[in-house]
Design a protein around this ligand. Structure first.
Ligand code: LRH
Ligand code: MN
Length: 432
C-alpha cells in the first residue's frame, strides 16, 4: 500500500525558520503599541491559540455553480481523502480540528473505521448536516416539492427518517449537534399555503427533536431564497427563532452569513439571538450579492468584525448559555480549497482577536453619552489594528505555519495528491 504523501511537522518548522526574524520584530512592535493601550499581547496569543472554527467536509472539493464546476487536480474522491486534506489544513493553521459532515455525501461504509481514521489525525466531528434538498439513489419519494414541509405526509416521514439517521450516525461519530437546512419553498404565488407549510415543518421537526440525545443541539438554518425563488419556508431569523422556541431548549438558530438579503444588518440579528438565548452557531463565508459562499472576510471584513464584536461582548459579559458553534460553509470554485479554508480560518480568528481589542468601557461610556463618532472610532481602532503577528505566533506556538499558504505551496501537497488521486478532469455543474 503506497504511503500517502503528508506534510510533516519538520517541514513546517523548517519553513517557519526562514520567517521567524521579521515575525519577532513585528510582534515586539505590536506588543509595545498594545502595552500603551494597557493590553497584554500574550493574553491575545493564547486566545488565538484556543480559538476553533469547524471545516465543512463539502468544502474540500472544488465547488461549482449551475453553470459549471471546474474540478482541480488531486481532488478528494471520498470522505477519507476529505479528512486527509482536513488533517493537512489542521497542520498548517492549528485551529480547525472539527469537521462537519454532510449525509449522504459522507455516509461511511464503516463508521468505526471513519471515527478512528479521523481521531488518528487529531480530527473530531462537529455538527452533522442532513440533505433533503436533493433526491438520492436509494430514495422512494422525491423532494422536488419539498421535504420536512411537504404537503404529502409520506414525503415528510421520509425526510424525518433521513434526519434521524444522521443523528444516529453522529452519535457513533461523537458529534453533538445536527444542522437542518431545507430548500422547501415555492417558485410562484399560490404554490404553497404559508401557514400550513410552516405547521408541517414544525410537526416534522418535533419528531426529529425527539430523536436528539440529551446533550445534543439541533440548529435551524434560515435562508431568504434559493433554490426556491418566490417563498422559502424557513426564510429569516424570525421564523427560525419562533421554531427554535417552539421546539425546546435543545433547538437554536444557525446564522449562515450568505443567507440574508444584501445590506441586512447581520450583527444586529446576532445580538438579538444572543439576547433571546437562541444563538446556536454560524456558517461563516462572504458574499456580494446572493448566497455566493465566498471566502470568509474576503468581501466584507468589517461586517465579520462587527459580528465578532457582538460575540466577544457576550463572552465578556458572561451571557448565560452562550456557546455558539463556529463553522465555515464555503464553495471554492476557482481556488485550491485547502488554501481558501486556511485563509478563511485565519480571517475568522482575526475578527475574533480584533474584537478583543475593543475598549468596552470607553465604548459603553460613549454610547451612554450618545457620542456616536467616538463610539465608531473606538471600534475602528480595534478593526484597523493589524493583529497578523499575534495570529502567526499563535499558529507557530501550536506547531503550525507562520505563513500557511507559502508553506502549503512549497510542500507540493496538491501535486502529490494529483498523482495519488488520478481522476478525469471533466467540467460538471453544482456542489461536489
Ligand atoms: C445551504 C447551505 C447549507 C448546506 C449547504 C451545502 O445554502 O448553506 O448549510 O447544507 O449550503
Ligand atoms: Mn450553510
Amino acid at each position: 500500500m503506497q504511503r500517502k504523501f503528508e506534510i510533516d511537522d519538520g517541514f513546517i518548522a523548517e519553513q517557519n525558520g526562514t520567517l521567524e526574524a521579521w515575525i519577532d520584530e513585528d510582534y515586539e512592535h505590536l506588543a509595545k503599541a498594545l502595552r500603551r493601550r494597557r493590553i497584554d499581547i500574550e493574553d491575545l496569543v493564547s486566545k488565538a491559540q484556543s480559538f476553533r472554527v469547524a471545516v465543512p467536509s463539502w468544502g474540500l472539493g472544488t465547488g461549482g455553480t449551475r453553470f459549471a464546476r471546474f474540478p482541480g487536480v488531486g481532488e478528494p474522491r471520498d470522505v477519507y481523502e476529505k479528512l486527509e486534506d482536513c488533517a493537512t489544513l489542521l497542520k498548517l493553521v492549528r485551529s480547525t480540528p472539527g469537521v462537519s459532515l454532510h449525509i449522504p455525501w459522507d455516509r461511511p461504509e464503516d463508521v468505526n473505521e471513519l471515527f478512528s481514521f479521523a481521531r488518528h489525525r487529531g480530527l473530531y466531528f462537529e455538527a452533522m448536516n442532513s440533505n433533503t434538498f436533493q433526491d438520492h439513489a436509494d430514495q422512494k419519494l422525491s423532494y422536488k416539492f419539498g421535504s420536512l414541509a411537504h404537503s404529502d405526509p409520506d414525503v415528510r416521514r421520509q425526510a424525518i427518517e433521513h434526519n434521524i439517521e444522521c443523528i444516529e450516525l453522529g452519535k457513533q461519530l461523537g458529534s453533538k449537534a445536527h444542522t437542518v437546512w431545507i430548500a422547501d419553498g415555492g417558485n410562484f404565488p399560490g404554490q404553497q399555503h404559508f401557514r400550513k407549510t410552516l405547521e408541517n415543518y414544525l410537526e416534522s421537526m418535533r419528531e426529529i427533536y425527539k430523536a436528539l440525545p440529551d446533550d445534543w443541539r439541533v440548529f435551524i438554518e434560515h435562508k431568504f431564497y434559493e433554490p426556491a425563488f418566490y417563498s422559502t419556508v424557513i426564510n429569516d431569523w424570525g421564523t427560525s427563532y419562533y421554531c427554535a422556541r417552539e421546539l425546546g431548549p435543545k433547538a437554536a438558530c444557525l446564522v449562515d452569513l450568505g443567507h440574508h438579503a444584501p445590506n441586512v444588518n447581520i450583527e444586529m440579528i446576532v445580538a438579538r439571538l444572543i439576547q433571546f438565548g437562541k444563538l446556536g452557531g454560524f456558517h461563516f463565508n462572504d458574499s456580494k450579492y446572493g448566497d455566493d459562499d465566498l471566502d470568509a472576510g474576503s468581501i466584507k471584513p468589517f461586517q465579520l468584525f462587527l459580528i465578532f464584536n457582538e460575540l466577544v461582548d457576550a463572552e465578556q459579559t458572561n451571557v448565560p448559555g452562550f456557546d455558539p458553534a463556529y463553522m465555515l460553509d464555503q464553495s471554492h470554485n476557482i481556488t485550491d480549497p485547502i488554501e481558501s479554508l486556511a485563509m478563511s480560518a485565519i480571517e475568522v480568528t482575526r475578527a475574533y482577536i480584533q474584537a478583543q481589542l475593543v475598549d468596552r468601557f470607553a465604548l459603553a461610556e460613549a454610547q451612554d453619552n450618545c457620542d456616536a463618532l467616538l463610539a465608531l472610532s473606538i471600534l475602528k481602532q480595534a478593526f484597523t489594528t493589524d493583529v497578523s503577528p499575534i495570529l502567526a505566533v499563535a499558529r507557530q506556538r501550536s506547531g503550525g505555519a507562520l505563513d500557511p499558504i507559502a508553506t502549503y505551496r512549497a510542500s507540493g501537497y496538491r501535486r502529490a495528491k494529483a498523482d495519488e488521486r488520478p481522476t478525469k478532469l471533466e467540467a460538471t455543474v453544482g456542489i461536489v
